[in-house]
Each structure stands twice: as C-alpha cells, then as structure tokens.
Design a protein. Structure first.
Length: 615
C-alpha cells in the first residue's frame, strides 16, 4: 500500500513507481515477443526451403495427389499462416498516452482551472516561468493534437516552445492537449461543445482508457445545469470519476506584524466548502445519477502553491490537494490499474492460445502429408519389386531357349540375352520413371548411375569323357605258340613214357595225354611271356555340352544385375521425388514442435503471473 503523498514531490514518486511497473511489464513482454518472433522466423526459414515448387508433373495417382496437396495446399497454408501470425495484432504494445501510464482525463468549462491544475502538477506552479520550466525535474513532455477551429491559436510547434498550458486564456479550444510525466498522462479535453468528428474519436479513446476522469467546476458557481449534463455523459461511461470544485479560496483582510491591514489568500471556510460539496451532490442526485463511484473534493491550487517552502506541507493538506493525491495513490494500488497492467499480458496469452490452436491444426495436416509420403514411397518400392518379379518370371525360360538355340555360339547367346534383358528392364524402368514424372534416359545418362554393365557370361563347351582301351594281342600270340610247342613236346614225351609201360597201346595213349598236358602248360607259359608285350590306350568320347550350366549362370548374373540396378534406380527416384520432401517435413516439423514448446511455456508462465499477480 502506497502512503498518502504529503506533497507534490511524493505524488510524483507515485507516478514514477507506476512508470517503473509498466517499464518492467514492457520488458517482460518484449522478451516473450522476441522469443516468439525468433521462432517464427526460424519456421519461415524452414518453410522457404520447401522443394515442392521444383516437382515436375506427375502422372502416378498416389504421387500426383501428394504433390498437388503439397504445392497447392500445405505450402500456401504455411505461407499464409506464418504471414498472418507475424502480422497478427497482439495488442501487447503499450500505447503511448493510453496504456503505459496512469491516464487522467480532465473535463471543465472555461475558467474552471484546468490549466492551473495541470501546470501545478507538471511544475509545482500554476503559472510556471521559463526558469522553472527549464530546470524542472522530472521534465514534463507537453503535446497538442490539432483541432479544427480556424480561430485556434495553439499549434503543435507553439506547444513545444511554450511547454505549459496557457493560463487566463478565455476562448475554448477544439484541440486535445496534455503532458506526460513518468507514469502519468494528463489529458486536457477539448472545450465543451467543441468535440467534432476529427477529435471526437480520439477524445473517446482517451476516456475509454482513462484510469480517472476529473470533472472541474469552479467554486464560484458549482453544479450548474450544464455541469450536470456533462456529468451524466461521464457517469454513463462507467469510469472512475472525481469532481474537483476548484478555486475554493478567497481574499481575506488580515493584519501584518506592523499592524497594517493586508489582503491574504485563504481557503474558504470548511463549512462553506462542505455546503458546496453537498449542493453539488444534491444537484447530481436530482438527475437520478448514482454517486457511488464519484467523490467530490474542494481544492485550491493557488493556496497550495503560495507561502514559503516551510508552509508547503500544511498548505498541501489545507488546500484539499492531499485528498486529491490520496485518491490517486489509491488508484495506483487499485485492482483497476493492476488489470490495466495485465491487459497486454492477457492479450499475449490470447495470442499464444490462437497460435497453439493453429500449430495443432498444422501438425495434423503435416501428419497426413507424412503418411501420404510414406504411402507414395511404398508404392514406388512395390513397382520396383514388380519389375524384379517379372524378370524372375520371364528370364529363365527365355534364356534356356537361347541356350538351346545358340549352343556353342557364345557371341550369339550373349547378344540375345543382353537384348532380352534390356527389352524387359528398360521397358519396365521407363514406365516406372514416367509414372513419377521422370525420364529413364535422364536417370541412366549418369555414368555408373545404375551400376556396371553385364559382364561376359560363361562360355559354351562340349562335355567329353575319356575311355581307356587295353590291347592283349601279344598275350594271345604267346599262349598259342606256347600251346603248340608244349603239345608237340608233351606228345613226344608221353609216347616215350607209354612205350616203356605198355608198348603199342601205351605209346598211343601216352602220346595223346602228353600232347594235352604239354599244350596247356605251353599255353600258360607262352601267355605269361606274351603278356609282357600287351599295350593300353585312352579314347576321348563327346557325351554332351554345358548349356544348362551356362543358362543357370547367365540367369543368376542377370538377376543380380537387375536387383542391383533396381535398387539404385529406386534410390535415384526416391531421392528425386521424395527424399527432399521427407527431409523438409522433418526439419519443419522440428521447428513446429519447438514453436509448440515455446508457446506452451509462455502460456503457462503467463497463467502463473496472472493468478499470482504481476510483480
């Protein structure tokens, strides 16, 4: 709770404290806004790297749907959203003269004392001279908003030079003028009945933002009917209202120390002042207006500023200015001003909530895009696999036929296989490339883009078998000769032995038996001797060829080559069509998640501050 100011200087300290509070609020808001703006800039930088605009026309249904959605949907959505967020009115800027200070809006007719009261608060003097103005600390900043009256004497340049309100100026002004001190904005309203289309809206804005509306009525004739009409309008605006009956002083004869009669400025009696307050209140009540939010004070600026420095404290109290300052102090500590300080913070909270809602919508959209991207990449993989399946299905039978047709013709067989492979692979690969907006010729034009060319296939060769042949001619000749010689010798020996045993018949039988035994023995002996001269020979016999092995080796080689090429082709097409988008989605989603975390942190911090009060 701020103590009641005992003088003008302490009242300025109240204003300075308010200025410090608003400055602290402004710094905190700027820090938060800078963080949000920085993350938005990083999101915009990530969005600008979108590769979608470079995508060619795509005939494949899945890929075309993805590209169309990217080009015409998400990119435009992101661009529009980021632009709108960057330019969104956050209502967090503290409008000068409106939201960054205690704003007091002053109504009053001619000679009501508005200028004197304003100058007194600004300088401590109702009619400050050049020396007071030049040496004032803090130095008030006077301003003037152009009116429409051709007879208007004041200008913005003249106000800058004059640096105070003109006193004893009898004509009503159509302009809005005022001054600023740290923590205080003092607005002097246009003269009564001079509000027009040009200054009416500005005057209305000032009243709407005012923390206190002062209505000044001269004590010479307070509570006139025209005052009540103005008060009705002000009360209907439901603003905190204070009525000051100004000029509540009078000249009274007094005797000085020398016994001389002198004229002395004194406050009107307490009784007279209370009567004027009561009269004013009764006149307002006659209009059926509520006085619950309105206080009436009787004051005199002339009395407050008169006298020696030692007299200033009691004069401050006696002049009624102490009551006026006390109410300002109450306003400075009021929930109303606290709410005013919270307003930019609440507006930032609303802004953050709107950003968070948009982030959630974007995250859902990006998730759909990511799913479609994965579907498109899977569809591309399925098409690549289908080419491989067709090659596995068609190549074996054709290569077997070529092996039969071009058996033992290596060049013919190799050329036929290569032509078959190129026909199937290139045809299928070209269809695949065209389906996603690419040309196969552009893909394979890169040296080594699809791997090495076909290596030489296995060579045809005849299948031969060596047959071994052993010659037994010498053994046969030796056996025959041995048998002849043995037979002759055996016959001779047998006949001789038979004759000895039984001449005649023994000779015959012995000769026959001897011939038989001799022939057998001679044959064995001759054969054994002839075997040493036998010979062995090998014969090379053609039993077929290796066409099955050549066919199998060729199939395996071509299928390996097809698999390698299709893998490289898939990677090339995936890189050309989808990888860049996938990388972009990853990077932008990362920045979007960072924006979500930052926004949620600010929302939670603001909620804590609003619940526990701004420091």
């Amino acid at each position: 709770m701020i103590d009641t100011p005992a003088n003008r200087d302490q009242l300025l300290d109240v204003f300075a404290a308010i200025a410090s509070q608003f400055a602290s609020d402004k710094d905190a808001l700027k820090r938060r806004e800078d963080e949000l703006k920085g993350q938005l800039q990083r999101m915009e930088a990530a969005r600008a790297l979108s590769p979608w605009h470079a995508q060619n026309e795509i005939s494949d249904a899945v890929a075309a749907q993805l590209a169309g959605r990217c080009k015409e949907g998400i990119e435009q959505l992101l661009g529009t959203w980021l632009s709108s967020v960057a330019n969104l009115e956050r209502n967090t800027s503290l409008r000068k003269d409106f939201d960054d200070s205690l704003l007091i809006y002053v109504y009053g007719k001619v000679k009501a004392g508005k200028s004197s009261l304003g100058n007194y608060l600004a300088y401590g003097h109702s009619k400050p001279g050049a020396d007071v103005i030049d040496n004032a600390q803090p130095k008030p900043e006077f301003f003037w908003r152009e009116g429409t009256d051709s007879a208007e004497r004041m200008t913005a340049e003249r106000m800058r030079q004059q640096r105070c309100f003109g006193v004893d100026v009898i004509e009503a002004t159509s302009s809005i003028q005022g001054f600023r001190l740290p923590g205080l904005t003092w607005i002097d309203s246009p003269g009564v009945h001079s509000v027009n289309a040009e200054n009416g809206q500005l005057a209305s804005d000032y009243v709407a933002s005012a923390d206190l509306v002062l209505f000044l009525s001269n004590s010479g004739s307070p509570g006139r009917s025209t005052d009540q009409i103005e008060l009705r309008t002000l009360i209907q605006k439901k603003k905190k209202l204070m009525v000051l009956i100004t000029g509540s002083d009078e000249i009274s004869p007094d005797e000085n120390e020398f016994g001389e009669v002198v004229q002395t400025l004194v406050m009107k009696s307490r009784h007279d002042r209370d009567d004027q307050i009561e009269y004013f209140s009764e006149e307002v009540a006659k209009l059926g207006l509520s006085l619950d939010s309105m206080k009436v004070h009787s004051v005199s600026v002339n009395y407050a500023e008169a006298g020696s420095p030692a007299e200033q404290v009691p004069r401050w109290q006696e002049s009624g200015m102490a009551d006026f300052a006390a109410e300002i102090s109450d306003i400075a500590c009021s929930s109303g001003l606290a709410l005013k300080r919270q307003t930019p913070l609440r507006n930032l909270q609303v802004f953050c909530n709107s950003v968070l809602g948009a982030i959630e919508e974007l995250e859902r959209e990006l998730k759909h895009i990511s799913t479609e991207l994965q579907d498109a990449r899977h569809a591309l993989k399925v098409k690549v696999d289908s080419i491989m399946n067709r090659l596995k299905h068609e190549l074996p039978g054709q290569i077997d036929l070529f092996a039969d047709k071009h058996a033992m013709d290596n060049d013919g067989f190799s050329a036929a296989c290569r032509q078959l492979f190129d026909s199937i692979f290139h045809g299928q690969a070209s269809e695949l490339c065209e389906s996603i907006g690419q040309k196969f010729e552009d893909i394979r034009s890169h040296e080594g883009a699809l791997g090495p060319l076909m290596t030489p296939v296995a060579q045809f060769s005849q299948r031969r078998k060596k047959v071994t042949y052993k010659s037994r001619l010498s053994e046969s000749v030796g056996g025959a000769g041995g048998a002849a010689l043995g037979g002759w010798g055996g016959a001779e020996g047998g006949a001789a032995l038979g004759t000895m045993i039984m001449p005649g018949i023994g000779t015959v039988v012995g000769g026959l038996l001897g011939a038989a035994v001799g022939s057998w023995v001679g044959s064995k002996a001759g054969g054994a001797a002839g075997e040493q001269f036998n010979s062995t020979q090998e014969i090379d016999v053609i039993i077929g060829d290796n066409r099955e092995e050549v066919s199998l080796d060729t199939r395996q080689q071509l299928l390996r080559m097809a698999e390698n090429r299709l893998t490289l082709l898939y990677e090339q097409l995936d890189n050309l069509c989808y990888v860049a988008i996938d990388v972009w989605l990853h990077n932008f989603s990362r920045e979007l998640r960072a924006m979500r975390r930052l926004t949620l942190r600010h929302i939670n911090e603001i909620e804590q501050e609003l619940n526990h009060g701004i420091a």
